[in-house]
Design a protein around this ligand. Structure first.
Ligand code: PLP
Length: 440
């Protein structure tokens, strides 16, 4: 499509009428298309059906634990080893939990905020209250944007103030991150999806990872990096992006306690039916285990054993992820080729071309994300609400839209993308015409 600046007003009006007609025709079709949440497709889930019955009546973990019974709050050894492989850290520092890493993240932040990540007398809230009772100083978190909405919801639900930090091509803007951390000891944490970030698909550069490792030396007490490595092994093609391992770097910098790593098998086996992981320093793990023991006797070790039997080593993990990518990669290609074909060179949108993960991030012309999503909704295409990739749902430029291609079939994606590109064009043409009228 031509750039709108190159189209005269009359031709623009004709174009608006044609696009409006096409939009109305689509709306009458009663489509039900959905590119919202990053859920695996049914064919991806089928890859793990062998989990059913894999134990064949053998419920003994390798250390002799009967996994049907209570005990082992930190998880069985082989499940912790699997977590260690995914997160590139020693299994002794890994907690193998239940079915959700997001829950572990919530519990970790809540623990640090209300009870203390380093034990009594280390709670963020108490520090904020004693800092300045009258000014009601608040605990703050840095939130790279666009980012994962559910991270932001954790902060919101605990009353933690969020400071947006722009994502650059190499990761978060580290100059801004360091300035914030240095200037305010109540900046207590930062959210990260360091590999195939949600939603931009960016993998942090080695330099950014190295700078992260130093943050604990610049920050106030009990600062935590929430290193959510949800897409650690989710390459679309081989070789995938290389993420530098932050673990040796924090050890060298003496900031081990600042790092808390999360991962899960939600996008490896069953979404919401896998095993979730947390890894951190031995001291942190001890405090968190004590806190957990007030809530739960033990996680589902039967499921842990199933997963450990399905994925006993790196080869098995890579095999599983190669089969996943054979299903996911073509879906990404369908989205990208529609964007390129219909919007390439038009100036109406820019988008990311990730090498892995679950999302494509599209920036439309500022001021048009909400309108585009609303137009899509009217014609039967559900998109993630505009703004949801920003703290409190507020995208100051109103331009980011997250596309999740995994759940729809390639055919549905094609139909959904026809609607999407039409709505991007229609919103842009209408904005251009309105501006022209304003100028008169
Ligand atoms: C970055 C990120 N972290 C965590 C999750 C949720 O993981 P889990 O199913 O382990 O709670 C998602 C799900 O989309 C995600 O994108």
């Amino acid at each position: 499509m031509k750039r709108l600046e190159a189209i005269g007003t009359e031709a623009l009006r004709t174009l608006e009428a044609r696009l409006s007609d096409e939009h109305a025709a689509l709306s009458r079709k009663g489509l039900h298309l959905d590119l919202t949440r990053g859920k695996p497709g049914t064919d991806q889930l089928e890859l793990s059906n062998v989990l059913d019955g894999i134990l064949q009546g053998d419920y003994r973990a390798e250390d002799g634990t009967d996994v049907r019974n209570y005990g082992n709050l930190l998880g069985i050894p082989e499940a912790r080893r699997l977590g260690g492989l995914i997160m590139d850290i020693e299994p002794e520092l890994v907690l193998a939990g239940g079915n959700s890493s997001l829950l572990l993240m919530y519990l970790y932040v809540e623990t640090a905020h209300l009870f203390g990540a380093a034990g009594p007398d280390s709670s963020w809230r108490d520090e904020a209250e004693s800092a300045d009772e009258r000014a009601q100083a608040r605990v703050k978190f840095l939130c790279p944007v666009p980012g994962y909405d559910r991270h932001f919801t954790i902060c919101e639900s605990l009353g933690i103030e969020m400071i947006a930090v722009p994502m650059l091509e190499t990761g978060p803007d580290m100059d801004k991150v360091e300035a914030c951390v240095r200037s305010d000891p109540l900046v207590k944490g930062i959210w990260c999806v360091p590999k195939y970030s949600n939603p931009t698909g960016i993998t942090y550069s080695a330099e950014v990872v190295a700078r992260f490792a130093q943050l604990g030396n610049m920050a106030g007490p009990h600062f935590r990096i929430m290193w959510d490595n949800a897409y650690a092994v989710h390459d679309l093609a081989s070789p995938g992006d290389e993420l530098a391992n932050i673990v040796p770097l924090v050890r060298k910098a003496g900031t081990e306690d600042s790092l808390v790593i999360f991962a899960s098998t939600s996008k490896i086996t069953y979404a919401g039916g896998g095993v979730a992981y947390l890894a951190t320093s031995a001291a942190n793990l001890q405090v968190f285990e004590r806190r957990l023991s007030a809530m739960i006797v033990s996680f589902d070790k039967v499921n842990q054993l199933r997963h450990a039997r399905l994925l006993p080593d790196m080869d098995a993990l890579h095999r599983q992820m190669r089969r996943q990518s054979e299903l996911v990669h073509p879906r990404f290609e369908h989205v990208l080729s529609a964007l390129e074909r219909e919007l390439g060179g038009s100036g109406l949108a820019e988008w990311t071309r990730p090498h892995g993960g679950y999302f494509i991030s599209v920036d439309v012309i500022p001021g048009l994300a909400r309108e585009t999503v609303a137009l899509a909704g009217k014609s039967g295409l559900e998109l993630t609400p505009a703004g949801s990739t920003y703290p409190l749902g507020h995208d100051p430029q109103d331009q980011n839209i997250r596309i999740a291609p995994t759940f729809a079939t390639p055919d549905e994606i094609d139909r959904a993308m026809d609607v999407f590109v039409l709505c991007v064009k229609l919103a842009a043409v209408r904005q251009r015409l309105a501006k022209g009228q304003d100028a008169r």
